[in-house]
Design a binder for this molecule. Structure first.
Ligand SMILES: [Mg+2]
Length: 301
């Protein structure tokens, strides 16, 4: 939760900048430290707000109040209401907003749109903490949670894969074991295989030692689900021994930097904990205490 929020906050000032503009503003090595966004240092965006809502919903569900997806949706309703406060508006995705509004009018299992924006993937890592060690259950829960707002199967598959990776990594699986389980789940559950191809592409680029800037260029900009997931997987595999470099790499590209930062951060954090996050970043990070509390409650609950 913390590493994902740190990636989100690191990427927030450059979400809408291409790489040339990032370099112009932050120098040749790109953005490497928190910079102001939304009027403060350490501001998170809609990605972390919605991950917090997911975590809260799952904690509600665990206490027996409702089925998981319904409990998460209740918290998404509250998040939607929070968007009436201008200070809380952090670049929310249109599909998320429209999807939650539609759910409020009539509850449906899968959103009636064909969107595979990354708005599902970015918010489902709490599902991996909730089902820590049970990749299969985490995969299914990540998928149905994404389905609340995004109707395309690739959004569901990529979100399921993200949740399953977190569920594996957080219980100490090796990278090979975690990826192996997720590839199997994708082959078994996702008929259109876009996510599988994207993850395999990321694995190949990391295995070749492809430099981050060119690898992330090949993977795509991360506005869509399977590209955002693949960017996270590449950064996890390539920088497993240096997670801070991985987090920095995950936001320095021309695409959806806060979301790829949030997704890579969730994976790097599940694999390596939070000790590597600079103390100065944690001091500035919005919702830091809440994020820690939610992670502990989900994982130990
Ligand atoms: Mg965002």
């Amino acid at each position: 939760m913390l590493a994902s929020a740190a990636g989100d906050a690191l990427g927030a000032p450059v979400e809408f900048l291409d790489l040339a503009m990032i370099v112009e503003r932050f120098g040749g090595t790109g953005i490497r430290d928190l910079a102001p966004a939304y009027g403060r240092l350490g501001a998170v965006t809609d990605d972390t707000q919605m991950a917090i809502a997911t975590a809260r919903g799952l904690i509600d569900a665990r206490s027996g109040r409702a089925d998981e997806a319904d409990a998460v949706l209740e918290r998404y309703f509250a998040w939607l209401d929070s968007q009436a406060d201008p200070a809380q508006v952090r670049g929310p995705g249109n599909t998320c907003i429209a999807g939650i509004e539609a759910q409020r009018r009539a509850r449906i299992e899968r959103a009636e749109n064909d969107s595979k924006g990354c708005g599902g993937v970015m918010r489902v890592h709490p599902c991996g903490l909730y089902f820590a060690g049970n990749a299969r259950a985490a995969f299914d829960l990540g998928w149905v949670t994404a389905d609340l707002t995004h109707g395309h199967r690739t959004s569901g598959a990529s979100s399921g894969a993200q949740a399953a990776l977190v569920a594996q990594l957080v219980t100490g699986s090796t990278l090979d074991e975690a990826l192996g389980v997720v590839l199997e789940l994708l082959e078994e559950r996702d008929p259109n295989l876009e996510t599988l191809a994207s993850v395999q592409n990321a694995m190949g680029l990391a295995a070749q030692g492809a430099p981050a800037s060119s690898a992330l260029d090949v993977i795509g900009q991360g506005w869509i689900a399977e590209e955002a997931l693949a960017a996270g997987v590449y950064c996890l595999l390539r920088f497993a021994d240096d997670p801070l470099e991985g987090l920095i790499a995950s936001v320095n590209h021309s695409g959806d930097s806060d979301s790829t930062g949030a997704i890579a951060g969730a994976l790097l954090g599940a694999h390596r904990g939070a000790e590597w996050i600079p103390a100065g970043w944690l001091d500035e990070l919005e919702h830091r205490d809440l994020l820690e509390d939610l992670a502990t409650a989900l994982h130990d609950g």
